[in-house]
Ligand binder design. Sequence first.
Ligand SMILES: [Zn+2]
Length: 197
Amino acid sequence: MKCPFCSGEISSDAKYCDYCGSEITNKSSSTVINVTNNYFKEEKRNKKSLIIAAGTVFAFVLIIVIIVVVKNVKTKPIANSSSVQVTTSVIQEDKTNANPVRSVVLVDSIDYADSADFENALNEGLNLEGKTVTFQVREFHPNSAFGYNMWAGEHLNFCSSTHPNTKEGDIVSVRADKIISYAKSWIIYYTFVEIGD
Ligand SMILES: [Zn+2]
């Protein structure tokens, strides 16, 4: 079987992962994975509506461009080919600039400057959803059962269905959006934050 935290190949009766040391238990794993799947589905739905909205805007802009081009063709027949070329290059430029951008929310301050304090608060039973924390990416596991997994400590897994564009050693700040307890570890779905003015 695969370790849900780092996807390392481990024996099916292993209590701990040989690779990342996470504790492995099959108890309530299906519930957790269901919750995880629902969370991803919700994310996908949100993405779908974003894509539809972007598509609508793009179609609207395209229609306006076509109207402008058609008008130009009618009023200035000689400028026909050059205005079509300009339109094409504008569209190409938009496509090349469409790199995925990490979404970030601005916050006044960080609630937990240390991932150990954050983990202690979780272990004390506090609900930290909505709280912010700064931590170092100690390990990065892109193929965990919970998606891209930034490992901030033995029991702290910051997970996302999209690549966070981080690497091991990076210091990052996030807001915990959803926190799931799994096999004595914490699975945290998050949004990146930056300190605003
Ligand atoms: Zn592992």
